[in-house]
Design a protein around this ligand. Structure first.
Ligand SMILES: [Cu+2]
Length: 168
């Protein structure tokens, strides 16, 4: 009885810690990896952090080609692909702060807009360049870090669960 309780606690803690540190982004949201999806709108609403994962979900008509450069991306040069994925459910780990380019390798699909540019930032979420040119009044600074408290709350919850494992 007690052993299964502790196992449950460990599983819950693992789930919360994973949520606190990594996010899985389903490319294109509920529409998935498809010609009809507006990938610019989708990606601009996301924050990609180191450690996060992309998941491409698509029909057998499609595949995922990673392109090596901005120019290959702009020209839809899928023949230059540095990596190709297929099978309908492809996961890509974002391992460093960089910009990566993905397109569908099926003829004509990239030209129809089936491509997405992913810019990954450092996991701590700190901006890569200095912000603002003037001193911000103290009263408005609270609104700039909306993602921070939630992250800290999840981390804190995970820590509390680990503490509970040792004292229960
Ligand atoms: Cu396609």
């Amino acid at each position: 009885m007690e052993t299964s309780y502790r196992l449950l606690v460990v599983v819950i803690a693992a789930v919360f810690l994973r949520q606190a540190f990594a996010t899985k982004h389903t490319v294109g949201g509920s529409q998935g990896w498809d010609e009809s999806t507006d990938f610019d709108s989708w990606s601009s609403a996301q924050t990609f952090k180191v450690g996060d994962e992309l998941e491409f979900k698509y029909s057998p008509l499609h595949n995922v080609a990673e392109l090596p450069s901005e120019s290959a991306f702009k020209q839809c040069d899928v023949s230059a692909a540095s990596n190709s994925l297929s099978g309908g459910d492809s996961k890509v780990k974002l391992t460093k702060a960089s910009t990566r380019y993905f397109a569908c390798g099926t003829s004509g699909h990239c030209e129809q807009g089936m491509k997405v540019k992913i810019t990954t930032v450092a996991a701590d979420g700190s901006p890569s360049s200095p912000t603002g040119s003037s001193t911000t009044p103290a009263a408005t600074t609270g609104s700039t870090s909306a993602a921070g408290p939630r992250h800290q709350l999840l981390s804190f919850f995970g820590l509390m669960v680990f503490v509970a494992i040792f004292f229960v």
